[in-house]
Design a protein around this ligand. Structure first.
Ligand SMILES: [Zn+2]
Ligand SMILES: [Zn+2]
Ligand SMILES: [Zn+2]
Length: 345
């Protein structure tokens, strides 16, 4: 008999069984019917601004370009292109009183959830999700990510800014209006911290960036999904999620703050192509995505930002939850082939 492979993540001490014996094809995960969020008044739709707190940032059309502004207490901008608002039920909330002076760690196992939690409304159009967004709109979305990242990462008590998106009810999106979330935390979350530590170690030993190394290797390999002038997309070697893929910039940068407008536009196009491919392949499956980046200058040499996309297709059950080891029934190579074919067709 042949044995399954157990693969280790490029950086994390995380192992996944690639269970090919079950022989599942990526398209086995396609579903005709998706559960939809309940219908009702959408608080994120154009005209319903009064149902949400004042926006921290709005993009408004101004001549041929964009004007950036914010709402004030009783005033809400109308006819916006992008709107970023504080979450009504924030997981992390801004400090009251003197920022930065407050003690965050109360003891070894207790901290205060100081930070920020924002909702970024990606479009005035309810259903303008990245898979079918206008390129110009998706460019605004990424520019708004960068604006918020710049402001939040400059705060003394913020140590990490997580920019992520939940798509579909099963992936945790309780509102179906196209939106992302941004959470700024007073410490670096575990997975990013482990990536930082592992990439620093690799740098010390090899005097090069492990991500630059990974993308060079994946460029020639069976897990490549898409390549253009600025980005490489591939299914990671030890994907824990079926159909998982990563978008990595060719340019070595630790964070999104240095992206040029050309870089942003290409990222919008790349993201759209990949998410549209996923949508076509599996009938709009739920997914989560999250950026991994470093906001501290000391990580610039060895860390390399990337976007990880996790389709929500498998159910993690007893084994995964109790051990932190995973079973993936689709090989990353088969996932890449399916996505590659769908995107190029
Ligand atoms: Zn809506
Ligand atoms: Zn690099
Ligand atoms: Zn990562």
């Amino acid at each position: 008999m042949s044995f399954n492979e157990v693969r280790k993540d490029y950086l994390l001490d995380r192992w996944v069984v690639i269970a090919t014996e079950r022989g599942r094809r990526p398209t086995d995960f396609a579903k005709k019917e998706r559960e939809k969020a309940k219908k009702g008044v959408c608080p994120l739709c154009l005209g319903n601004e009064h149902l949400t707190p004042p926006a921290i940032l709005v993009y408004l059309k101004s001549g041929g370009g964009i004007k950036k502004s914010r709402d004030k207490d009783g005033f809400r901008h109308k006819n916006w292109l992008i709107r970023c608002i504080p979450n009504l039920y924030p997981a992390f909330a801004p400090p009251t009183g003197k920022a930065g002076k407050m003690q965050i760690m109360k003891s070894d196992d207790l901290a205060v959830a100081i930070g920020h939690h924002e909702v970024l409304v990606e479009s005035p159009i309810h259903n303008e999700h990245p898979a079918n967004a206008r390129a110009s709109q998706l460019t605004h979305v990424i520019n708004a990510y960068i604006d918020r990242l710049r402001e939040l990462s400059s705060k003394p008590y913020v140590k990490y800014v997580s920019i992520f998106r939940n798509h579909g009810l099963k992936a945790g999106a309780s509102l179906s209006h196209a939106h992302s979330q941004i959470i700024a935390t007073p410490f670096i979350p575990r997975i990013v911290k482990e990536e930082l530590e592992a990439s620093k170690k690799f740098w010390t030993r090899n005097k090069k960036c492990i991500f630059c190394d990974i993308l060079e290797k994946e460029l020639d390999g069976p897990r490549l999904i898409l390549e253009n002038a600025d980005y490489v997309v591939f299914a990671p070697w030890a994907s824990v999620n079926p159909l998982e893929f990563w978008i990595i910039p060719k340019k070595h940068e630790a964070t999104l703050l240095e992206l040029s407008q050309t870089d942003v536009k290409t990222l919008a196009k790349t993201l759209k192509a990949c998410l549209n491919g996923l949508k076509k392949l599996l009938h709009d499956p739920p997914y989560n995505y999250g950026f991994h980046l470093a906001i501290n200058k000391s990580s610039r040499r060895f860390y390399h930002w990337h976007l990880e996309i996790y389709p929500r297709l498998a159910i993690w059950a007893g084994f995964e939850k109790s051990t932190g080891m995973y079973i993936n029934t689709v090989t990353p190579e088969a996932a890449a082939e399916s996505l590659r074919d769908t995107i190029s067709s």
